[in-house]
Design a protein around this ligand. Sequence first.
Ligand SMILES: NC(=O)C1=CN([C@@H]2O[C@H](COP(=O)(O)OP(=O)(O)OC[C@H]3O[C@@H](n4cnc5c(N)ncnc54)[C@H](OP(=O)(O)O)[C@@H]3O)[C@@H](O)[C@H]2O)C=CC1
Ligand SMILES: N[C@@H](CCC(=O)OP(=O)(O)O)C(=O)O
Length: 414
Amino acid sequence: MTADVLDRSAAAAAARLTGEEKRAALHAVAEAMAERFGEIAATNKEEFAQAERAGSVTGKALRRMLVERPRFNRIIDGVRWLAECPDPVGEISELRPQPNGLLVGRMRVPLGVIAAVYESRPEVTLEASAMALKSGNAIVLRGGRESTRTNRLLVRIIQDCLKDVGVPPGITRYVDDPSREALWELLSGDNRIDLVVARGSDAFIAEVRRRSPWPVVASGGGNCHVYVDESADLDSATRIVLNAKLSAPTMCNAVETVLVHAAHAPGYVSELVAELRRAEVAVRGCPQVCAAAPDATRADDEDWCTEYLGPTVAMRVVPDLATAVDHINTYGTGHSEAIVTADLANARAFQYTVDAAAVFVNASTRFTYGYEFGLGPMLGISTQKLHARGPIGVTDLTSRKFVVTGAGQLRTAP
Ligand SMILES: NC(=O)C1=CN([C@@H]2O[C@H](COP(=O)(O)OP(=O)(O)OC[C@H]3O[C@@H](n4cnc5c(N)ncnc54)[C@H](OP(=O)(O)O)[C@@H]3O)[C@@H](O)[C@H]2O)C=CC1
Ligand SMILES: N[C@@H](CCC(=O)OP(=O)(O)O)C(=O)O
């Protein structure tokens, strides 16, 4: 299985594709996905029901598995967007003529073979394949086992489209064997993978890092915070907190802990807790929050570390901005963090000192998403600093090499 899946010639074939070939292939994929939606949704529905019966995916993760019309249409539009966006491959920048006449520049190039390993979310299969195609990479995909049939179908459709437009279908592969052993074999040192993108829980990412000698970009959990500063517009703060929790509580960019400046306790704290309770969100609070709002239950240290991924939020009153930043840098996962403030100096201090992939001023953490950042489709939200940070866009699936053009120059300097 492994040698076949990781045939390096697929990487060379992907890297050779012209902009026009990629454009044609991506449009063909978008059209086929739209046409065959019924078949995809039916397969997915069966698998979903099976996972539900087996209890193999729990409530919060279960919904991610569903392929549903409006969201899938958005992903298809993302494939069309990729078809039309400028080809990142071959772009030359930073051209610097040297005193000896050498022309030194940097050319954007594909990485080679990418392995994408991710949760039971079939839409990732489509986005990841399309992004790899556009960036001239071969890709091997492995999603959560409950979605194997849907993922296989999606990859078959993609491969058929590639064949139809004359692109080698082997540049997109799916690991058919859903066992973990097959996954570890894929990631083992026997193969050569240029980048592993791992989306999922901390336990999963830790295991991938342990098993894989290849560079791993972690798209990990989001223990995200909103800090309501002393000068915040409190109506806006409430709207931001509610949006950050309620617009999609199961997603990694949802808020999990709200920090409120002590100037707002007890009055605003009790109002905010009441708003959250009205929206059926449970609040786990520090002693000051519980004193202000009796229907908050007492939080412990575990709460500050918890990604609830559901209708619960932790809340803590903090004496100042520095304590809020310290709390976030201690318990956060480097994903998305927000401050609500009318104080420009505090806004800037927060953005400089909070260590996260996306740091917002007066906006919801839910905006951390490729489409919302103008990057188009994304392969995950990197919670580490290298090689990509935040939403992993198509350009992040490339590297740059130096390209140097001379006229027979020889180096004479020591
Ligand atoms: N930053 C980002 O872009 C994203 C982050 N996330 C984060 O992922 C987490 C939840 O996702 P969830 O669906 O529960 O992800 P899981 O980590 O449970 O599942 C993801 C994949 O990991 C495998 N897996 C799970 N646990 C282990 C383990 N201990 N050892 C080896 N393999 C494992 C599963 O494979 P198998 O099928 O074999 O069980 C699955 O393919 C949340 O923290 C969420 O925030 C999710 C999506 C995007
Ligand atoms: N898809 C999300 C962002 C990232 C994501 O896919 O996260 P998750 O739902 O945790 O798998 C969004 O629409 O904001």
